[in-house]
Design a protein around this ligand. Structure first.
Ligand code: HEC
Ligand code: HEC
Length: 445
């Protein structure tokens, strides 16, 4: 076969040692986090055994091939090839590409031309039996007018965020100063987490995940990423209902590949009710079956129990002074300093009553020129809204902002526009000591 998939984690993996500047935040530093005690970055919360977590993480890191269903177009061959900074599950180097067009003031994803996500890789030309298949490499179409990059975000602690009730987020935003107040987004759960009894297919929940806060639970994100990042399509069963939301292969440039030219995964057995081309399926949901496809279940297990980053206490004097500046210049209007606490018991099995501080309201704000201009079917003003980026663990990152345009915290702050412009100007107006202290505070989170 002409195509060989090689795991590239070694090339893409960035160790904390590459982070220059302040402290590298090694796990042997004193634990200051009230949230977790000392859990090494990449370690797990209570609620899962070491063995089950290791199995889930291995699945997250597993490189897959055309024979497993990778393709027809894709960005990478393993979740763990992108989510690498600091430890597996971290942020990453990859900047994905999105495109679209504004028609009469409204954003269109140009879905008929393969948008808004432009996958960066293609299976290219390969043979399936006697047949020769050629999958085109996607390009930004000639009529696209909006082009945006999307950096890989870190997954540490997101199981705790997934556990939070909607009312918590609406309460946070209601308490924000009017000039910076965010908008809480909601979205239907497409794949319920079977452990969380509050979730059904179609349950509307606060959408808290992704740069645009478009996705309302980790289970749905897992299947979405498996399809859109890796080209692997899945089918699931929930209480007897077959879920096929992520079972249809991507159509390169908007044109579906003929069956057999999507990838080389074996066809699903006839008569199990799954769309042609589905790579991994549970099959019949008879008897009220609830079962997620096993890779997806492993990704959920890994992300649910992946511990949040510990705080770093290596420069406490500057960080303490910086905490005051952070509030004075209004960063906390969006990057809220509120302590989150998981419900007890937590619906998804993470520890109940656990305190944590992500420094985000998980709501979207109008960021003016910093906004990426992408949002299906929305006005241009709405396309400027971005989710407040959680600041915890930022010292493990080497790219910042949605398009990864900088690695420098001060530069990232100064790029805040729209509802963030006043805070950015207040930061810029501070003297060098205040600015340094604020950055040390941000790096300690
Ligand atoms: C090609 C690189 C790449 C691969 C492979 C990849 N991701 Fe991601 N991941 C990203 C990017 C980029 C984002 C930000 C997407 C956005 O919001 O537009 C992201 C965001 C996420 C988020 C949202 C986190 C948050 O901040 O709310 C989750 C959850 C996630 N990925 C899970 C997965 C899982 C599970 C897999 C494997 C099935 C996977 N990813 C594979 C690049 C990747
Ligand atoms: C109006 C809400 C708002 C205010 C006020 C605000 N931010 Fe942000 N911040 C955001 C949003 C939204 C993003 C994501 C922007 C993007 O990349 O598109 C962000 C991103 C960041 C990032 C980059 C994080 C990453 O993951 O790449 C840093 C660092 C940051 N903010 C620090 C600050 C600091 C420090 C202040 C105070 C000077 C501040 N912010 C004020 C909303 C806000």
């Amino acid at each position: 076969m002409a195509i060989s998939f090689v795991r590239t984690a070694g090339l893409l993996g960035v160790s904390t040692g590459l982070l220059v500047g302040c402290s590298p935040g090694m796990p042997d530093e004193p634990a200051t986090s009230t949230a977790t005690g000392a859990i090494t970055l990449g370690g797990h919360l209570a609620g899962i055994t070491d063995a089950d977590f290791a199995e889930a993480r291995d699945n997250f890191n597993l490189g897959e091939s055309i024979d497993d269903g990778v393709g027809p177009v894709f960005n990478e061959t393993a979740c763990g090839n992108c989510h690498t900074n600091g430890a597996q599950g971290g942020a990453g180097e990859q900047i994905e590409r999105r495109f679209g067009r504004v028609n009469n003031g409204v954003f269109s994803t140009l879905a008929n031309e393969g948008g808004s996500l432009r996958q960066l890789k293609t299976l290219g030309t390969f043979t399936n039996g006697t047949r020769t298949c050629t999958v085109p490499l996607e390009r930004d179409p000639a009529d696209s007018t909006v082009h945006a990059g999307r950096l890989t975000t870190p997954l540490f602690g997101l199981g705790l965020v997934d556990a939070m009730p909607d009312s918590f987020f609406t309460g946070l935003v209601a308490a924000e100063p009017a000039q910076v107040r965010g908008t809480v987004k909601t979205a239907a759960v497409l794949i319920p987490n079977p452990v969380d009894r509050s979730q059904r297919i179609g349950t509307v929940r606060v959408a808290r995940f992704g740069w645009k806060a478009d996705i309302s639970n980790l289970a749905t994100f897992a299947a979405d990423a498996y399809k859109n990042e890796m080209g692997i399509t899945t089918q699931h069963c929930f209480q007897g209902t077959s879920i096929t939301s992520f079972a249809t292969e991507s159509a390169p440039q908007g044109v579906p590949m003929p069956l057999g030219c999507d990838d080389l995964a074996p066809p699903q057995p006839a008569g199990n009710g799954v769309p042609a081309g589905t790579d991994d399926a549970v099959g019949s949901c008879a008897g009220g079956l609830t079962e997620l496809q096993e890779d997806i279940q492993n990704f959920i297990n890994f992300m649910t129990f992946l511990a949040p980053p510990e705080k770093d206490n290596s420069d406490p004097v500057a960080a303490n002074a910086g905490a005051t500046v952070f509030n004075q210049v209004g960063c906390n209007g969006c990057h809220v300093t509120t302590t989150f606490r998981t419900p007890n018991p937590a619906p998804n099995g993470v520890p109940g009553g656990l305190a944590f501080n992500p420094f985000s309201d998980f709501a979207v704000h109008d960021m003016g020129t910093l906004g990426d201009g992408i949002n299906d079917g929305d006005t241009v003003a709405v396309t400027r809204r971005m989710r407040t980026a959680p600041l915890w663990g930022i010292r493990f990152r080497n790219h910042l902002l949605h398009d990864g345009r900088t690695s420098d915290i001060a530069t990232a702050i100064k790029a805040h526009d729209g509802q963030g412009a006043t805070a950015a100007a207040a930061f810029t107006a501070r003297n060098a000591t205040d600015q340094h202290n604020l950055i040390q505070f941000v790096r300690s989170l």
